[in-house]
Design a protein around this ligand. Structure first.
Ligand code: FES
Length: 126
């Protein structure tokens, strides 16, 4: 298992384009083994914390209707509760079949105790 070494948390002072961001939740609502499902504007997100870093991925599995926030977290991976496919929480990359399409990710910003994302951000998935 790879170490969790993402680099996606920044301080408010580093913010750019903050107007495009929306608040998903309070950081305190997210626990290491208990990701949080957040809905905004018809989209469902799953918020994770690995060590002291936060990550946001689409809550819906790319293989079917599985909710990844209800999945099993092991290291930097989440296992879908439907068919046990796995994704890398940091990148969205597929780590186990039957999944074959990466799950979408967003940069998570920790601002004043809240987790924010830019919903329109486009990030390449590994
Ligand atoms: Fe997620 Fe099938 S719905 S692995």
């Amino acid at each position: 298992m790879k170490p969790c070494d993402g680099l996606e948390v920044i301080d408010k002072e580093d913010m750019t384009n903050g107007d495009a961001r929306v608040v998903l939740c309070d950081a305190a609502q997210v626990a290491p083994d208990m990701p949080l499902r957040c809905e905004r504007d018809g989209m469902a997100y799953a918020v994770f914390v690995l060590g002291d870093r936060y990550y946001v991925i689409s809550d819906t599995c790319t293989h079917g209707p599985g909710s990844l926030s209800e999945g099993y977290v092991e290291g930097c991976e989440v296992e879908c509760p439907f068919h046990q496919g796995r994704f890398d929480i940091r990148t969205g990359a597929v780590r186990s079949a039957p999944c074959s399409i990466p799950v979408r990710t967003w940069t998570a910003y920790l601002v004043n105790g809240h987790i924010e994302i830019d919903p329109d951000e486009v990030r390449p998935n590994a």
